[in-house]
Design a protein around this ligand. Sequence first.
Ligand code: ADP
Ligand code: MG
Length: 727
Amino acid sequence: MGMTARQQAIQAIASTYHQLDNLDFRTEHIKDLFGVNVFHEEEQKARLPKPVFKALQKTIKLGVPLDPTVADAVASAMKDWALEHGATHYTHLFQPMTGLTAEKHDSFLTPTGTGGGLAEFSGKELVKGEPDASSFPSGGIRATFEARGYTGWDPTSPAYLRETPNGATLVIPTVFVSWTGEALDKKTPLLRSMEALSTQALRILRLFGNSDAKKVFTTVGPEQEYFLIDKNFLYARPDLLNAGRTLFGAKPPKGQELEDQYFGTIPERVIACMADAEAEMFKLGIPVKTRHNEVAPSQYEIAPIFEDSNLATDHNQLTMDVLRRTAEKYDLVCLMHEKPFAGINGSGKHNNWSMSTDTGENLLNPGDTPHDNAQFLVYCVAVIRAVAKYPELLRVSVASAGNDHRLGANEAPPAIISIFLGDQLQDVMDQLERSDLKSTKQGGFMEVGVSVLPKLPKDAGDRNRTSPFAFTGNKFEFRAVGSSFSISGPNVVLNTIAAESMDFIATKLEADTKGGKPLAKAIQDLLPGILKESKKVVFNGDGYSDEWHKEAEKRGLPNLKNTVDAIPTLIAKSTVDLFAKYKVLSERELNARYTIFCESYVKTVNIEANLMVSMGKTMILPAALRYQGQVATAVNAAKAAGVDATAQVDHLKELTSTLTTFQKALAALEKAHGHHADGTPYDHAKHFRDHVLPKMTDLRTAADTLETMVADDLWPLPTYQEMLFIK
Ligand code: ADP
Ligand code: MG
């Protein structure tokens, strides 16, 4: 008998020697690595004529439109720098609605026409590209006009070099829009939302007498979770290979119950891989800071130092890319799926978010003076109001078929959006709210502009992991984001809803102060009402508990349990009005995104259903039938030998009955999946949720029971135990 793919995988792992010292930080210092592959400010300064450098910096730092004559000079310097570092090609990197990045490479080479060649790169080529990108999801935007999409240089995210085995490619971060100027990507709305937020946040700063700050931007530090398992297992698991998660697999004897993985020692091969990936990230200017083991076996986390949200988004995409590619060098595979393995924790991405001025002031940092505290309270209450007003939008920003397996599964925040403030800040907010009640007897209320806040503790760890949106000392942490997501979507929503709240507050305060009211008094009069209206979204208890679910229902908080429930929010009137008002997404763009969300959900579940049917038929069923044959033969032999075979007969009966259940479930899934629902993309999504997913669950249950019965040497799929613990 030949070996099964599973046995081959294990043998390959056991017999492979891994080179783990490709990189030695004793000779290669991290400080020398940082940013070497980035066309950063210092590099620009050294290479550009002074006026060009100044003009470019104005665009980067203040968003001033770029003078077209400057582009040629920048392109030329960029090209020289790139060629010196072994680049042969350049690419406009964009972020289509797949949530991944896309690129097409062009050579710098231009034939002279007289036999020679020149390396050329013009401002025009830097600023605008036209990839043949007709196959990216557009949600119908391009189909109705023409298939063209354009990329446009984003000077606020620096160009960099991607090293290849033979040289390098110059990568230029870009937006991706249709010829009518509509966003086809994830970067365009993010940049628009940052601008909207800046405008509104500045109005409040001005009220506080700040005339220095020219811009406010949001800062983001995404903590990225992922799994690393041996690559050989991937080849033996069509589900992991094609869907990124296991669609079958019985619970292993040992899971994460011993809690021996979290913050444990990182295995040698994994730490070598991490170090290698980090070196790559340092070179790309990604400020990676922490790494550790996560809760589930073979699960890890990496977190950078926060950056402005545009750069943080680009860098998070790059981080995922570098992790995936580096893992391969070590015969590992990096799983970014939200739930690669049932029964143990899935992976998320904590989106730490705050607002900062261009002069470096964190607006969500409580200050030491009453004046600073008052300003902090205004911004903080604005965020609370935003979350209370638009919880459905935050929910849909983290909706995907993959994240549905994780949210609300007692390992990640529930689908109910709420805010955790912590004891101290809650106390402050309570006092502030009470100060509005003339009959207050409790005493000790906050007087804005006079009182000093107590020192708010910085959340050192994950003190309340059960909250989807937690205040952690000087920032908010949005914890419901899925590990494979582009963080753009969640931040577009955060920025836009915060902008709306700050607009609301600034408008009131401006009117009041113009009318002669002192600012502190105006704030004192305004905030209690907002808090009263918004406090239903504040919850400091255990978000996993049943009581909270009941309580949330009483409070009237939305509980959009899955993606299909959440998607309609994208085209609700309140959403359309909000995004139109702040010019972040037009109705057409929202409609397109709505369609893309539906289609992406359908495609994901469709692929999974296909895989389950094919694996069920060609891998699991044959193994189970072979085993059934062996047992039947044994039973007959025992009977022929004249011994009591009751137990063997019982086993055969049980096996056969499970096998029958399995085959029925397989047929039911095929039927549900084959049934083609007419109607809109949303109808399709509903069909997959209501009719296909439950059949997938049934099939899995039967298959996982078979896995615990069929002879181990016949079982074709690497088991959970093997994938999670063989390293
Ligand atoms: P914790 O107390 O949760 O461990 P850390 O300070 O270690 O928090 O931060 C976790 C993540 O939050 C890091 O990526 C960090 O850079 C980011 N972070 C810290 N401050 C801010 C901020 N002002 N804005 C955005 N992200 C921030
Ligand atoms: Mg955290």
